[in-house]
Design a protein around this ligand. Sequence first.
Ligand code: FEO
Length: 162
Amino acid sequence: MLSKKMQSALNEQINRELFSAYLYLSMSAHFQTVNLPGFAHWMKKQYEEETGHALKIYHYIFERSGKVELEAIDKPQANFKSPLDVMKQVLEHEKKVTASIHTLYELAVKENDYPTQVMLQWFITEQVEEEKSVTEIVETLKMVGEAAPALIMLDRQLGARS
Ligand code: FEO
């Protein structure tokens, strides 16, 4: 059985993951509008992953006979500047998510909640991967600049994400 404190912290994380999904879908819509379909595709994949993260915690709460309580999801930003600006925002956002996962893990340790620690280890590894892939895109954008030919090539590359 989950403690009330752990259950409430996990429910808050579901909300954070769903907000991430919503933010990335908003970014995907932005890229679609400015004719960068590859970037739009990449962000939509990111949206799908975040929804998966939320559901992973959702199912875990039930596995531990807990109660899922969904909260309202904040409105995400709708207007963005350049692709570099968007990807930098994604990186900053992911760093915040990483910090929240680490805080959850610290709570699980404090409460001697071993199953939650094991579940969260998947998220700790996932966050390393997420930060790495976004950092690579930010660095590429910084390197190639945002002139049309380079951007089109990167757009094609991002569009190939499966
Ligand atoms: Fe669910 Fe991108 O962290």
